[in-house]
Design a binder for this molecule. Structure first.
Ligand code: ATP
Length: 458
C-alpha cells in the first residue's frame, strides 16, 4: 500500500510542485491550504507523514504540529520554513518533528528524508505491535536468571519477544543491573543462538585500538600491523555483537558504526574494499544518551538507529522482590564454588541484606555474598560479620532509628546493656577493670550483667 502523505502549505504553486512530485514518486498525497483544512483531513484518516509549513494563514505550523502529534503520535512530520534558525529547528524537533527543511525545498533531499522517516516509522510500528502482543506472553523460564519481581518478569517478556526479530536493541540500566545478562539472553533466545555472541566494552578498549578491534585491519595498515586481522564484526558474522558502554564510543567510530547499521558494511583499516557482514547489534549504556546527543558527544542519527527497541532494566532497589531469590541463588553458587556447606544467614544478616539500598545493584549483592561465603567458617551461618563495614554501620543506623521509637525505660535499658557489653569487651572480660571504666562498683556490675543476661560472657 502506498504511504499516505499530507501537505499543509498555503503557497499554492509550492504545494502543487511538492504534491505532483511526491505523487510521481508513488505516494498517496493529500493537500491542505491552511491548518483548519489540514486538521479536517487528519480527523478523517491516518497519515504516515505530514509536511507542514511553519507559517500558515490561520495558525502557526508549530501549534498544528502539537495538535497532530496528540492525534497521530506516530505520524512523521517534516517542517518547512522560509527562515532557517537554530532555535526554530530545535523547537520543531522538540515538538516531535522528524526533520526540518528550508524553502525552497531541494526535492532530492526531501525524498531522501521522507524515505528515511518512513523506514523508521515501519520499525516503530513493528515495535508497537510487539509491545501490544507482549501482555499475553508468559515470561521465559531461564534457570540462571532470577526474575521474581513483576518488573523483571515484564522485562523478560520483552526480551523473549524481541529476541526472535533482528531488531537492534538498546539496553538501559544502572551499572550492575544485569545489562550483559539480558544482552546474552537476547542472543540465546534468538535464531542466531548457534552463531557467535561477541561482547565489546567500548569504554575499556583504548580509543586508538577500538577501531582495529571492531573493524580489523589489513597487513601494513599501520606500524606493527604485520598480519591482516579480522575485526570483531567479522568474527560475529551470522551472530550478535554486544556493544557495552556505547555512550563512550568515540565520535569518529560512531560514523562507522552507523554504516554497519544502515548498510551492513564494514571496512578494515587500510582496506580499499568494504565487506558485508550480517550481525545483530545489541548495545547498552548507563549514560543518558539524550544528554550526550545534546552535548554533541553522541551522533543523533546513530542514537535513533540504536534506539529502535529499548529495554530498561530497573535498579535492584525498585524490585526488592528479587533480593531474596538472588541471595539464595548466589549463596548456592558460591557455596559450590568455594566448596562449603553453610547454614544460611542469621536473622540480622538477612535483615541487612533485605534493607540495603544497593547502589551497585545485582553485582553488589553478588560480591557481598561471595565475600561472606569466603569469610564464614564451614558449617556456620553467615552473620553481619561477613559483611563489609558500611553494611554493618547501616544496620547500626537502623538500630538507632529503632531506638528512638522505644519507651524511655526500654531505651535506657538498651543503652545500659550496650554500654556494659562494650566496656566488658574493652576490659577483655576482667570485671574490676570494666567496673572502673564504667565508674560503678564491681558488685553493681555483677548485678547488671546478670540482669541483662551478659553474665556468661567472662
Ligand atoms: N537477574 C539476574 N539473575 C542472576 N544473576 C544476575 C542477574 N542480573 C545480574 N546478574 C549478575 O550480576 C552481575 C552483574 O550483571 P551484568 O554484568 O550483566 O551487569 P551490567 O548492567 O552489564 O553491568 P555494567 O553496567 O557494569 O556493565 C553479573 O555477574 C550477573 O551474572
Amino acid at each position: 500500500m502506498n504511504s499516505k502523505i499530507l501537505i499543509v502549505e498555503d503557497d499554492k504553486p509550492q504545494a502543487k510542485i511538492l504534491g505532483d512530485y511526491l505523487r510521481h514518486k508513488g505516494f498517496d498525497v493529500s493537500c491542505a491550504l491552511n491548518a483548519a483544512e489540514g486538521k479536517k483531513l487528519l480527523e478523517e484518516r491516518i497519515f504516515d507523514l505530514a509536511i507542514l509549513d511553519w507559517k500558515l494563514p490561520d495558525e502557526d505550523g508549530l501549534s498544528l504540529l502539537k495538535w497532530l502529534k496528540e492525534k497521530q503520535p506516530l505520524t512523521q512530520v517534516i517542517m518547512l520554513t522560509a527562515f532557517a534558525t537554530v532555535e526554530r529547528a530545535v523547537e520543531a524537533i522538540k515538538g516531535g518533528a522528524y526533520h526540518y527543511l528550508t524553502k525552497p525545498v531541494n526535492l532530492e533531499e526531501l525524498i531522501f528524508i521522507i524515505e528515511k522517516a518512513l523506514k523508521e516509522l515501519r520499525l516503530v510500528r513493528e515495535v508497537e505491535k510487539l509491545r501490544a502482543q507482549l501482555k499475553e506472553l508468559s515470561p521465559p523460564d531461564v534457570p540462571d536468571i532470577i526474575a521474581e519481581s513483576p518488573k523483571m518478569k515484564d522485562t523478560l517478556r520483552l526480551v523473549a519477544k524481541v529476541a526472535s526479530t533482528d531488531a537492534t536493541v538498546l539496553i538501559l540500566g544502572e551499572s550492575g543491573t544485569g545489562k550483559e545478562v539480558i544482552a546474552n539472553l537476547i542472543h540465546r533466545l534468538s535464531p542466531r543462538q548457534n552463531a557467535p555472541f561477541i561482547k565489546v566494552n567500548c569504554a575499556a578498549i583504548p580509543e586508538g585500538l577500538l577501531e582495529s578491534e571492531l573493524f580489523g585491519h589489513e597487513k601494513g595498515a599501520f606500524t606493527g600491523a604485520d598480519k591482516a586481522k579480522p575485526g570483531l564484526f567479522e568474527m560475529a558474522d551470522g551472530g550478535s555483537i554486544f556493544l557495552d558502554e556505547i555512550g563512550d564510543m568515540p565520535l569518529s567510530l560512531q560514523a562507522k558504526l552507523l554504516r554497519v547499521l544502515q548498510e551492513g558494511l564494514i571496512r578494515r583499516i587500510g582496506a580499499t574494499k568494504e565487506t558485508k557482514v550480517n550481525v545483530r547489534i545489541i548495545t547498552a549504556t548507563n549514560k543518558d544518551l539524550e544528554t550526550l546527543v545534546e552535548e554533541g558527544r553522541f551522533r543523533e542519527d546513530l542514537f535513533w538507529r540504536i534506539n529502535v527497541f529499548t529495554i530498561r532494566i530497573p535498579p535492584l532497589r525498585e524490585r526488592r522482590e528479587d533480593i531474596l531469590p538472588l541471595t539464595q541463588y548466589f549463596l548456592d553458587k558460591f557455596s559450590q564454588k568455594h566448596q562449603k556447606t553453610l547454614q544460611g544467614f542469621s536473622r540480622e544478616a538477612l535483615d541487612a541484606l533485605l534493607s540495603h539500598h544497593y547502589p551497585g545493584n545485582v553485582r553488589e549483592l553478588e560480591n557481598l555474598i561471595e565475600r561472606a561465603v569466603i569469610l564464614t567458617e564451614e558449617g556456620e551461618a553467615i552473620t553481619l560479620e561477613g559483611f563489609p563495614l558500611p553494611m554493618k554501620l547501616q544496620n547500626e543506623k537502623k538500630k538507632t532509628d529503632l531506638f528512638y521509637t522505644l519507651p524511655l525505660p526500654e531505651a535506657v535499658s538498651l543503652l545500659e546493656k550496650d554500654r556494659i557489653k562494650q566496656a566488658m569487651e574493652e576490659a577483655q572480660g576482667i570485671k574490676t577493670r570494666a567496673a572502673e571504666l564504667l565508674g560503678i562498683s564491681e558488685r553493681v556490675l555483677r548485678y547488671k550483667l546478670a540482669k541483662y543476661g551478659l553474665a556468661g560472657e567472662d
